[in-house]
Structures are given as C-alpha cells and as structure tokens.
Ligand binder design. Structure first.
Ligand code: SAH
Ligand code: SF4
Ligand code: F3S
Length: 484
C-alpha cells in the first residue's frame, strides 16, 4: 500500500483496513512536519509486558509506527513510547505503575513526547480510573480489542489536548493485512485465535481478552506462506487454548488439521504452538505430532495443580489421572518430546495434601522445565471471592519447595541429551560472549556454541558437549548429522 497516494483531505473510508491506511497517511504527514521542524527523525519505543500474544501485538504496532515515519529505538527517552501491558498477576500490573514515573520525567524534558498505554491491564476499569486520576501525563489509553485501530488512535492523540481513552468491551472483528515489524527475520509468531472461553476461576484473561475467535485457516496459511517467502523458517502458532482452535468457525476445523495444512507450506521447517489446554488435547493432535517432521518436539501443557479437588475449583475440566495419561500418550507417540508446564501455588483452599499432589505430578512427569507462580488474586475472578485465601508465608514456603524440585528434575532431564548431535536454529550472537552464538533445539532447549553472526537464522548441527542445567554448551559438528 502506497501511503503517498492516499488523499488525506477527503473523508476517511469506513471499511478496514483501508481506514487505517488513511490514518497512517495522515500521521505520516504530521511526522514529516516534525522532521522538518526538529531537523531529526521522530523516535518511538514499544515496551512489551506479558505473553507471546502481547509480543506479537507489539510487532504489529511497531509495524504501524515505522510505517508512519518513526525510527524505532530501544530507549524509552523517545518521542512516542508505548507500553503494551499485562495484568495476569498483580506484579505484572505493578511494574507498569513503577515505570510510568520515569516516563513522566522524560516527558518533562521533551514536552512533545507522547505516552501511550494499551493491552490487557487497560481493560480493567479500576486501572483506567487510576490513570485518569493520578497519571494525567499519559496521552493515549486503549485496550486489547481495538489494537487494529492503532493508526487512527495515534491520529486522534495528535489532535487531543488531554488523555484520549478508548476501551472497547468486546469485538468480533479480525482485521487482516496491516503492517508488521518482526523482531526476528527467521521466526515469527502467528495468531491463530484470540480471546479465551475457559474462565479458569483464578484467571483474568477471558475478561480482558474477550471471547474466543479463531482466524480462518486460509488467512493463517496465506500469512505463513508470505512469512516463508520472506525468509521465516519457524512459526509459533499463538492462542490461549490452541487445542480448541477452529471449533467455532462457520466451517469448523480441528487444530490438528490446521497443523497438517501448515506443514505443507514450503520453507517452514519448524512449527511450534502455545498454549495447549489439557482438556482439549486430542488423540488426533498427538498422532499428527508423532508423524510430523516439522512440528517441534515440545509440548507446553499447563498443569496448574495436581490435586483433583483444586483442579475442579479452578474450573480446569481434567483431573490428575487424565493429565498423566496425556503425558504418557505424548511420550509414546513422540519419543524425546520435552514437556513443560505452568503451576500455580497457593490457590484458595489449597492444603498441604493438595500441594503434595502437585509435587507428585512433577515427580511423575519429570518436566523439562516449569513456570511456577504464586497465586495472585485478580479482582473480578471467582477465585478472588473465595474464602480460605492461603496465607502468604505458607504459599511462599510451598513455592520454594516446588521450585527446588522442578529445578533438580529439569537439570537431570537436560543431562540426558549430552553428547548428542542435534540441529540448532541459531537466533543471535551470545549477549555475554560475542565469540558464541545462541539458538534452540527442536525441544526448545537453548544451546550456545562458537560461531558468528552469519549463522543467524540457519540450522547448524551441534554436538552438545556440556549441560549447564538450563542450557548446553556445544560445538558445531563438521560431519553430517547422524540423526538425519
Ligand atoms: N492460556 C494459558 C495460560 C495463560 S496465562 C493456559 O491456560 O495454559 C499463563 C499462566 O499464568 C497460566 O498458565 C497460569 O499458570 C498463570 N496464571 C494465570 N492467572 C494467574 C493468577 N491469578 N495467579 C497466578 N498465576 C496465574
Ligand atoms: Fe486463563 Fe484458563 Fe483461559 Fe488459560 S485457559 S487464558 S488459564 S482462563
Ligand atoms: Fe498478560 Fe494479557 Fe498475555 S494478561 S499473559 S498479556 S493475554
């Protein structure tokens, strides 16, 4: 789309994405004036909190910022700063307030600066109220449902003389074909669905991300084909519960069937996905993974708790036995698969007995890694109203025991691969030691080995010489990979 050909003196079109391109052209004209007046390009910075879904949204917003004429920078001392926020736990939330003070200081030095906040936290009324009361230097606030209107919102913020707030409660629109600025040239996240219908009783995501909406498979394939043509070799399919993908489409399709279509895209070598809900993990998917050469040998399967009683109150719709059975099936179909998880400690009413059930699952499954979280009370969720909130000290003590167990097992699991030669997709020059490069195995483990920047985005066969607990040190294998 050539922005220079758009007539910004006419009325904006009503259809999308044409409307957004109109506003991009408008913003671009404004930034040209900025450049002339200041003798430099305007700078923009996007800071992302939270999950991969937010990271992908940020790439889309960075795409628009670049398209309208901002030079992207890592420094928040910029002319436009956007925080894409997360609210899944209280501490995610607090981080944002903590950093807003620093932004305010930057703005005092550069009064032209615009500060924008978006993402999950903004979908909470109490947050917006607090911003309006105590953070009036913020220029633009929007939520998760109108991100596709980013260009229009920026145009509005340029004109507004006080905080512009636009939060929608819901949307059923999915707008395709807006610009994206990818962080990596060789890998990319791809949204396959938005929102969540599961309402796990502790979780705020369904309230801030809205109802589940799947993208049409044709649109997903079209995007992946474009990415492949652009040099992408690895895609990460994103959704809060990818296993329920496609169920609500006019022509329903399963996640396993979608994966099989994606496998056929030439140029794509690795396919990852996140997150799988155990209740919807089908035998069909396990079978497809078993047969596939492209789907990575990694399953992130959030457990949350090992206690049947707690799982029920969490509204997770599976029990310990079912979960363990899934793990068994996965391991039978995909030998060497890495299994990782999320676990919450200190959910209301959790007893020592319940916690021991969680530890028991950790010991039986032997996770390759696990994210462990202290339960965080989220206003508006059913769990927040439950009596018997677990005292902080008790939860913390359990958390430490869990973490120690998880780490011991993860280190032992990783050791098993030492000595093997496996393909690594090189991602970057090592941050600490520039003589090394860092990349990932199919099972998502990180490997560092001697190399150079030319290797970034390529597959290199690496012999894993030493396991350092969470990562490997290796050496490029000069012979042909015996596993191929
Ligand atoms: N859709 C994904 C998870 C998204 S949130 C899934 O269902 O697996 C990522 C993780 O944050 C969750 O798996 C859960 O472990 C954790 N989490 C969510 N709400 C939380 C809360 N209120 N307190 C602590 N951890 C929470
Ligand atoms: Fe939250 Fe549950 Fe939805 Fe995951 S599946 S986002 S934990 S409500
Ligand atoms: Fe956080 Fe929203 Fe993701 S609450 S975890 S950024 S969906």
């Amino acid at each position: 789309m050539d922005l220079d050909k758009i007539d910004v003196t006419s009325q904006p079109p009503t259809e999308e994405p044409a409307r957004q391109y109109y506003f991009m052209a408008k913003c671009r004209a404004r930034l040209k004036e900025f450049e002339q007046k200041n003798g430099r390009l305007p700078k923009a910075c996007v800071t992302t909190f939270g999950c991969q879904m937010n990271a992908r949204d940020s790439e889309k917003m960075a795409g628009i910022l670049e398209c309208i004429g901002y030079q992207m920078t890592e420094s928040e001392e910029a002319d436009f700063v956007l925080y894409n926020t997360c609210t899944v736990r209280e501490n995610a939330n607090n981080k944002v307030y903590g950093r807003l003070g620093t932004l305010h200081n930057y703005k005092k030095k550069n009064p032209q600066m615009l500060i924008a906040l978006c993402g999950c936290m903004m979908q909470e009324e109490s947050v917006v109220r607090k911003l309006k009361e105590s953070y009036r230097f913020v220029d633009l606030v929007f939520g998760t449902h109108n991100i596709y209107k980013f260009a229009e919102l920026i145009a509005g913020a340029y004109e507004a003389d006080s905080m512009l707030v636009e939060i929608w409660q819901e949307t059923d629109t999915i707008v395709e074909d807006l610009p994206v600025e990818r962080k990596y040239f060789f890998k990319s996240g791809v949204n396959i669905m938005f929102g969540c219908n599961n309402f796990c009783s502790y979780c705020i995501v369904p309230y801030v991300r809205g109802r589940e909406r799947s993208r049409e498979p044709e649109e997903i394939i079209r995007e992946i084909e474009k990415l492949a043509a652009d040099g992408v070799v690895e895609v990460m399919l994103l959704g809060q519960n990818v296993n329920s993908y496609g169920k609500n489409l006019k022509n329903p399709i399963s996640f396993a069937a979608l994966l099989q279509k994606i496998e056929q895209v030439e140029g794509i070598e690795r396919i990852r996905f996140m997150t799988s809900h155990p209740k919807d993990l089908s035998d069909e998917l396990i079978a497809v993974m078993g047969r596939s050469k492209k789907i990575c040998k990694h399953m992130h399967l959030p457990l949350q708790s090992g206690s049947d009683r707690i799982l029920k109150i969490m509204n997770r719709h599976y029990d310990k036995a079912h979960y363990l059975q899934l793990v068994e099936k996965l391991r039978a179909a995909v030998p060497d698969i890495a299994i990782t998880t999320d676990i919450i400690v200190g959910f209301p009413g959790e007893t020592e007995e319940d916690f021991l059930e969680t530890l028991d699952v950790v010991r039986s499954v032997r996770y390759d890694s696990a994210f462990t979280f202290l339960y965080s009370k989220r206003t508006g969720t059913p769990a927040a109203a439950m009596e018997e909130q677990v005292p902080e000290a008790v939860a913390k003590e359990r958390f430490d025991r869990l973490l120690a167990q998880v780490q011991t097992i993860a280190a032992a699991q990783a050791k098993a691969y030492t000595g093997q030669t496996l393909p690594v997709l090189v991602e970057q020059v090592n941050v600490q030691d520039a003589s090394l490069v860092s990349g990932r195995l199919s099972n998502n483990s990180i490997v560092h080995f001697p190399g150079n920047a030319d290797m970034i985005g390529t597959f290199v066969d690496v012999t894993l010489e030493e396991c350092k607990g969470f990562y490997y040190l290796g050496r490029k294998c000069e012979e042909k990979n015996p596993q191929e």
